[in-house]
Design a protein around this ligand. Structure first.
Ligand SMILES: Cc1ncc(COP(=O)(O)O)c(C=O)c1O
Length: 468
C-alpha cells in the first residue's frame, strides 16, 4: 500500500516538472507541509523525494530544502543497472593496464598540449621548493613519525571542520595516496575470501584491490545521480555476510553521483545493525561546484567509517599524499603503514602544509572548481554539437567526469580499439564492473578544456559512434 502512495507522489511531482508547472530552481514545500497537503506520513514524503533525486529532477540543499534541478527539463541520465547480488571473484580486464600505461585515465588525448599551470600551482611549487631548501641535514637523518607530519594533519582536520566533520589531529594518518589508504582499510577489515560490497558502477582501483587481496565483490546497484542504493545493499545483507562496503558518496567516479543525506543515514544504520565497516572514498569531496557536501564519516557514532582521501584530484596527482582516518581500526592502520611504507616524505608534507596554511589551497580550490564547472559546460556543449542526440549522460555538480550511456548495441571496448588508432583514449564502462556490465557506457572527464585538439577529438569520437 505505502509503495503506491510514495509512487503517486513521485508521479505527481514528475508531471508538474515535465509540464513546466514547477520550474528549474523552484523550491518545494517542506517535508512537513507536503505530508500535510497529501495526507501521508513524513517517511512517505522522504521516500518520494529520494526517488525524485534519483531521477535528477530535484536536489536537496542542506538546511534549505528541496529544489527542482536546473537541468531537470532535459534530464536523461544513464539507466541504473542491477547486478545480481551474489559474491564474485574479481578479474580486472587487460584493457585497464593499457589505459594506465598511456597515462590516459582522465584524458582522451594524453599526448596533446597541456594547459598552462595556474598561478596557484606555481605557488605550491614555491612552497615545496622552500621546504626542500630548509630540509638540510636534520630530516635526512630521521624517518617521519608513522602518523605523518602534525602540521599537515592539522590542516586536513581544519578542512573537514568546514564540512561538518570534527576529528582530532591524531585521528588522521598520512598515506601515499587514496589508493594506499583504501588498501590499508581493506587489509585491516577483511581477510581473503571475505565479501566486500561496492557500488556498481565502481571505481576500477577498488576492483583491482579486491582482485589482489583475494576478496569477493558484491556489486550493489547505484543510481547515476544518487549513488549507492541502500535498499539493494539491504537485500544483499539478507543473504550474505559483508565485511566492508566501499563507497564514494561525493561525486563518485564514474557517474559523478552524490548520495543524499537520507541514503547516507540508511547506509550507516545498515552498517551498525549488520556490523560491517564503511570505507568512504572522499577523493572528490572538495570538488563541489555549489554546496559543501558532508562526508558519511560525520554521521559515524560507532567509529566504523574509515575515511580515505588524498590531494590527487583536488590539487596534484604527483604529490602522492593522502590520508586515512580509520576510527576503531586506527592503531592497526598505523602499524600497517609502518610495515608497508615506513614513513612519508617530511619535506613534501612540510611544503604542502605551508601552502595550505598560507591560504593557497583555498584560493586554488575556488579557482579550480570554477574552472571544472566551466569545462563541464564546454564538454556538454561539444556533446550536444557532435554526438548522437539519443545518448544519455550525467550532469554532475562536482568532480571531474561524466558517465554516458550509448546505443545498447554499441560495444565500447571495440570502440576503444577503433579510437586508439587516432590516439584518442576512452574509458570503457566494463572497467567499472566485474560482472561484464556497462558494455555500452563510457566515462569522459572534463579535467581538461574541450578546446582545440580535444574538441576535435570529441567531434571525431562522435563520428565514430555514429558510424558504429
Ligand atoms: C575514486 C578514486 N579513489 C582513489 C583514487 C586513487 O587516488 P590516489 O592518486 O590518491 O592514489 C582515484 C584515482 O583515480 C579515484 O578516482
Amino acid at each position: 500500500m505505502s509503495i503506491h502512495i510514495y509512487q503517486d507522489l513521485v508521479h505527481f511531482f514528475s508531471a508538474k516538472i515535465s509540464d513546466g508547472i514547477l520550474l528549474p530552481g523552484d523550491k518545494l514545500p517542506s517535508i512537513r507541509s507536503l505530508a500535510k497537503q497529501h495526507d501521508v506520513s513524513k517517511n512517505t514524503v522522504i521516500r518520494a523525494l529520494m526517488e525524485l533525486e534519483k531521477k535528477a529532477l530535484i536536489e536537496a540543499r542542506p538546511q534549505v530544502g528541496y529544489f527542482v534541478c536546473i537541468t531537470a527539463k532535459e534530464a536523461k541520465v544513464p539507466k541504473q543497472l542491477y547486478p545480481k547480488l551474489v559474491p564474485n571473484e574479481v578479474s580486472v580486464p587487460a584493457i585497464f593496464y593499457d589505459i594506465m600505461a598511456r597515462s590516459a585515465a582522465f584524458d582522451i588525448l594524453p599526448k596533446a598540449t597541456q594547459q598552462q599551470p595556474s598561478t596557484h600551482l606555481v605557488e605550491l611549487n614555491r612552497h615545496l621548493s622552500r621546504a626542500l631548501r630548509d630540509s638540510v641535514h636534520n630530516k635526512s637523518m630521521y624517518y617521519d613519525s608513522p602518523l605523518g607530519l602534525a602540521s599537515l594533519r592539522q590542516q586536513i582536520k581544519d578542512r573537514y571542520r568546514m564540512r561538518e566533520l570534527t576529528l582530532n589531529v591524531d585521528d588522521f594518518c598520512i598515506t601515499s595516496g587514496c589508493q594506499h589508504s583504501l588498501f590499508l582499510a581493506l587489509l585491516v577489515t577483511c581477510k581473503p575470501g571475505d565479501n566486500v560490497a561496492v557500488e556498481s558502477p565502481a571505481f576500477y582501483g577498488v576492483l583491482q584491490l579486491l582482485e589482489q587481496l583475494k576478496l569477493n565483490v558484491i556489486e550493489v546497484s547505484a543510481s547515476s545521480v544518487t549513488g549507492l542504493d541502500p535498499l539493494e545493499l539491504e537485500k544483499a545483507l539478507s543473504n550474505w555476510q559483508i565485511k566492508a562496503c566501499i563507497v564514494t558518496p561525493t561525486f563518485a567516479t564514474p557517474t559523478g553521483a552524490t548520495m543524499p543525506d537520507a541514503a547516507k543515514k540508511q547506509l550507516i544504520n545498515l552498517a551498525n545493525s549488520h556490523d560491517f565497516a564503511v570505507i568512504e572514498d572522499d577523493i572528490y569531496g572538495e570538488l563541489s561546484f555549489a554546496k559543501v557536501v558532508t562526508p558519511i564519516k560525520a554521521l559515524d557514532t560507532q567509529q566504523r567509517v574509515i575515511l580515505c582521501s588524498s590531494f590527487s584530484k583536488s590539487l596534484s596527482r604527483d604529490l602522492r599524499i593522502g590520508w586515512i582516518a580509520a576510527g576503531r581500526w586506527h592503531n592497526d592502520v598505523v602499524r600497517l603503514k609502518l610495515t608497508s611504507q615506513l614513513a612519508s616524505c617530511q619535506t613534501q608534507q612540510q611544503g604542502l602544509a605551508s601552502f595550505i596554511s598560507s591560504g593557497g589551497y583555498r584560493r586554488h580550490l575556488d579557482y579550480f572548481t570554477r574552472t571544472l564547472e566551466h569545462q563541464r559546460e564546454q564538454l556538454l556543449i561539444a556533446l550536444t554539437k557532435y554526438w548522437p542526440r539519443q545518448i544519455r549522460y550525467t550532469v554532475p555538480q562536482g568532480g571531474i567526469a561524466l558517465w554516458l550511456e550509448l546505443d545498447a548495441n554499441l560495444d565500447t571496448v571495440k570502440l576503444y580499439q577503433e579510437t586508439i588508432k587516432d590516439n584518442i583514449v576512452i574509458t570503457p564502462g566494463v572497467l567499472f564492473s566485474s560482472a561484464n556490465f556497462y558494455q555500452n557506457y563510457i566515462r569522459l572527464s572534463f579535467n581538461h578544456a574541450t578546446v582545440g585538439k580535444r574538441e576535435k577529438a570529441i567531434k571525431r569520437l562522435g563520428q565514430l559512434i555514429k558510424n558504429s
